[in-house]
Design a protein around this ligand. Structure first.
Ligand SMILES: *Cc1c(COP(=O)(O)O)cnc(C)c1O
Length: 345
């Protein structure tokens, strides 16, 4: 047996249920960028759809198309990396909800031949400066959008933004900009059906940020925030485990294949333990695709050791905190080439 990433779909169902309750009455938009945070896009999307999830946050148009093929016509699929005319045409053809943070895209929509009506979610830049329409350009963008609506080329489905979730004060200021932008849209005769600005952290902690949709990635997969509340406080659980196999035992220790082409940060060497049949053992060396662990009696090739995540001594976020980063940074080190094993479905 080689290394694998073992994903527990029953645990995923419980997290989905927990997120649904936490953000209600807003709907849960399950964010599935980065291959569903490395858990494997299609199996997770299909499972979530069967569990009742009806909004997916797919990031780019290619991912949105893949989600559409997997779940059929009923789901709403939001994408927010829209590169230009080709993306717009493909996004409309796949009936995606398009996050538009750039006026030039509205001009493109006005002149393109479209295979359907564009579902527009206009993004206001509330201060992160990570794409989005600046407040001073908002009125002009609304005017262009109204033109698209009048021409039957588009509908304004939503107003959205992204907040840092780093400090409550920053988020409050961002929300004020957001609410003003929505008021301006209404005053211009446009009535967006959906407002959304929160991700996992604000969606759980701050009721006034939930609006109609909460775009939850990390918590859906049981990845807690670094330096924040624990999994049990949040009511979530890690759903995946990196399972490594013993390849050799020698005087230097027990060697494991972790099969991860991106490697774990080498700075983790000497800083965490894995569970073995003989109790915890220190991970002494971290290579690109290997780990060396302090020896234990009767270790032998083929034995399986859980490195992090579900059933391990540490979660992805625990390891992340040791090297001053966030849990996603560790979870996304799991290479797409590592076999995924789905259990508990
Ligand atoms: C990644 C992302 C999210 C999800 O963030 P989490 O903290 O993982 O829940 C939401 N919205 C946007 C725009 C994102 O890029």
């Amino acid at each position: 047996m080689s290394a694998s990433y073992r994903v527990d779909l029953a645990a995923f169902s419980r997290n989905l249920q927990r997120v649904r309750e936490a953000v209600a009455p807003a709907a849960h938009m399950l964010v599935v960028k980065d291959d569903a945070y490395a858990h494997g896009l299609i199996p997770l999307v299909v499972h979530a759809y069967a569990q009742g999830v009806r909004w997916f946050g797919a990031f780019d148009v290619a991912t949105g198309e893949a989600v559409r093929s997997a779940v059929g016509p009923e789901a709403r699929i939001f994408v927010w990396l829209v590169g230009g005319a080709d993306d717009l045409a493909a996004g409309v053809a796949a009936d995606l909800d398009l996050g538009i943070g750039d006026e030039a895209l509205l001009d493109d929509l006005a002149r393109l031949t479209l295979d359907g009506v564009a579902r527009i979610h206009l993004k206001i830049d509330t201060g992160l400066h990570r794409n989005g329409i600046r407040p001073e350009r908002w009125a002009a963008a609304l005017e262009r959008t109204a033109g698209l609506v009048a021409a039957g080329r588009g509908v304004l489905e939503g107003i959205w933004s992204h907040i840092s979730e780093a400090s409550d004060a920053d988020d409050d200021a961002a929300r004020a900009v957001f609410l003003a932008a929505r008021e301006a849209a209404r005053a211009a005769g446009l009535d967006p059906r959906f407002s959304h600005l929160a991700a996992s952290a604000a969606g759980f902690a701050r009721g006034e940020f939930r609006e109609d949709l909460v775009r939850v990635g990390a918590f859906s997969y049981g990845i807690r925030p670094a330096g924040g509340p624990g999994e049990s406080d949040l009511g979530i659980e890690p759903i995946a485990a990196l399972v490594a196999t013993v390849t050799a035992v020698d005087v230097a220790g027990v060697h494991l294949d972790v099969g991860s082409l991106h490697g774990l940060p080498s700075t983790l060497a000497g800083r965490f333990d894995v569970g073995t049949p003989a109790g915890p053992r220190r991970v002494e060396d971290v290579g690109l695709t290997t780990l060396a662990v302090a020896p234990w009696p009767a270790a032998s090739p083929g034995d399986e050791i859980v490195v992090f995540g579900r059933g391990a001594l540490h979660s992805a976020t625990d390891l992340a905190e040791l090297v001053d980063t966030i849990g996603e940074e560790i979870a996304l080190r799991v290479s797409p080439t590592l076999p995924r094993l789905y259990v508990g479905g």
